[in-house]
Design a protein around this ligand. Structure first.
Ligand code: TEU
Ligand code: CA
Length: 542
């Protein structure tokens, strides 16, 4: 055994020990008053990120895009979106991040492009265009696949042929079976890696390979077609090839968004011996409050805890997990897993921070969670921006299937727009001197970066502790009270070093057999013998 292997058998890697912070640039900070967050805005607020002590920034798409899906529809992969700035701004941002001792990963969105991408513009001109085969065309509608955003996944184009889009019609799926497409993607990856970016978050990457026999959806997966789309026949061949051709040539980290990947299939993507991806995002934890139809449902703590034990048992020493509770596709964590009432917002935000930073797996923090931001209450369809919610309005309410009350009750829980509102830097808003592209949460007078300072400081303390203690990174994980309805308590053990984390996931006090040893880091000052509401303690047993 060498120094590069932990006592419990993990190969040490910088990206396993890293803490990642996600920036959604449109809503981070606007430097020029046009109402849209931009790259210079990130540079101006870099101290805020650096001050947390994070190692890596994940930047959501910053590319040229018509923004049908807020940048997840890319028109030109080698161009910075005009609303975000210029390539010089990007180079300056990258240099500033490196100067601050951090790394940068960018979003690789290559299951699909924008329909305004030059490849698709050419592809759709005629059946014999040389780029025709860059996308997936058929002279008839081949099957009943549906778009993740609602409606059919096939759209008939001017030529009379149909093209496939697993998301919006403005996001046609690339044909990865065409070697020229793969080479084109590898080239654009090299373009950014050669600039010095440190890796990629890969958008819906398991969807890239399609079963060209195009069978219909099986009945049991009709409401969850992602479990079909993530299982194309050649996904592993292509990811292995991408690794060989590109990733292995650089010291980078990769994290795939594994929408539709089962636990059982996870090692196929991340087992290090297979040389595909480093890590993936597992969706089970953020699906704990979703019913089979994707609609919100109540969740229980034992169900939530069980996700992590299941995930841990499914992965051996050759696989490395991630830990995340939020991103730009999810509601705010305090409203979802904590208590966003004035009384408990701060404590529950700190508890969720403690969970995120003491669990096994590379942690991902989403912008604004360190401020304790909450969901808003939407009351009118005009208040939403997200196309997914707008489509749901058509399918659910306009069609007459749901009442407007049921629609808002659900969207006020699940909408992606909760996370996409511009950051409130001050009680006045402080995001822009102009008119923001999307309204800030009306509660920004009370809930903002300044009033959230204690939460921010708690994140910083937790990140420092994680960096100082290998057991919090590499330690084995054991849930010691899986059935407890209020308490989440687990051990992280690495050789002689053992931490106990005890979290009261409720707005009532809770009794629990607590150790005699001192609290190493908690979110309350004094140490009572019972846990107070939303109390979070990290013990280092003596
Ligand atoms: O997300 C994949 C995806 O399908 C999720 O948006 C999912 O529908 C949502 O979480 C439902 O709760 C990725 C991006 O993260 C997302 O922003 C894009 O819209 C999507 O791909 C298409 O590129
Ligand atoms: Ca701007």
């Amino acid at each position: 055994m060498t120094d590069d292997v932990t006592p419990n058998g993990y190969a040490k890697r910088w990206w396993k020990a890293a803490v990642v912070y996600q920036v959604y640039p449109r809503s981070f900070y606007d430097s020029n008053g046009d109402g849209i967050g931009d790259l210079r805005g990130i540079i101006e607020k870099l101290d805020h990120i650096k001050g947390l002590g994070v190692d890596v920034i994940w930047l959501s798409p910053h590319f040229d895009s018509p923004n049908a899906d807020n940048g997840y529809d890319i028109r030109d992969y080698r161009k910075v979106g005009a609303e975000f700035g210029t390539m010089q701004d990007f180079d300056d941002l990258l240099a500033a991040i490196k100067a601050a001792g951090m790394k940068l990963i960018i979003d690789l969105v290559v299951n699909h492009t924008s329909d305004e991408h030059q490849w698709f513009v050419e592809s759709r001109t005629s059946r014999d265009n040389p780029k025709r085969d860059y996308y997936i065309w058929s002279d008839h509608k081949p099957n009943d696949w549906t778009s993740i955003f609602g409606g059919p996944a096939w759209t008939k184009d001017a030529s009379g042929d149909w093209y496939l889009h697993l998301f919006d019609p403005k996001q046609p799926d690339l044909n990865w079976d065409n070697p020229a497409v793969r080479e084109g993607v590898y080239d654009l990856m090299r373009f950014w890696l050669d600039k010095g970016v440190d890796g990629f978050r890969m958008d819906v990457i398991p969807f890239i390979s399609k079963d060209k026999a195009f069978p219909n959806l099986p009945d049991d997966l009709r409401a969850k077609p992602q479990y079909v789309y993530a299982n194309g026949p050649k996904v592993h061949d292509y990811l292995h090839e991408m690794n060989r051709e590109v990733l292995s040539q650089y010291d980078v980290m990769t994290v795939g968004e594994a929408f539709g990947v089962t636990l059982e299939d996870t090692p196929k993507l991340i087992d290090e011996r297979r040389q595909e991806l480093n890590m993936i995002f597992q969706f089970a934890a953020v699906e704990v409050d979703r019913g089979p139809d994707g609609r919100w449902k109540p969740w229980t703590l034992p169900e939530f805890k069980a996700v992590f034990t299941r995930q841990d048992k499914a992965l051996d020493r050759h696989c490395w997990p991630t830990f995340f509770l939020s991103n730009h596709d999810n509601p705010r964590i305090v409203s979802r897993f904590g208590d966003d009432s004035p009384q408990w917002r701060e404590k529950s935000a700190m508890l969720l921070a403690t969970l995120t930073l003491t669990m096994k797996g590379t942690p991902f923090i989403y912008q604004g969670d360190e401020m304790g931001l909450t969901n808003r209450k939407f009351t009118d369809i005009a208040q939403f921006n997200d196309l997914w919610t707008k489509n749901a309005w058509e399918e659910e309410v306009v069609s007459g299937q749901w009442s407007t009350e049921a629609f808002f009750a659900n969207q006020n829980r699940v909408s992606r727009d909760h996370a996409r509102m511009p950051l409130p830097w001050t009680p006045e808003g402080g995001f822009t001197t102009g008119t923001p592209w999307f309204a800030l949460n009306p509660n920004h007078g009370a809930i903002n970066a300044e009033s959230g300072r204690a939460i921010y400081d708690h994140y910083a303390r937790l990140i420092a502790l994680r960096h100082a203690e290998p057991a919090l990174v590499y330690g084995d994980y054991e849930d010691i009270a899986p059935d407890h309805p209020q308490i989440f308590a687990y051990r992280r053990t690495l050789g002689e070093s053992a931490f106990l984390v005890v979290l009261n996931f409720s707005s009532q006090p809770a009794a629990f057999a607590l150790p005699e040893t001192p609290v190493r880091l908690g979110n309350y000052d004094s140490t009572s013998t019972d846990l107070r509401a939303w109390e979070a303690r990290i013990y280092r047993p003596g």
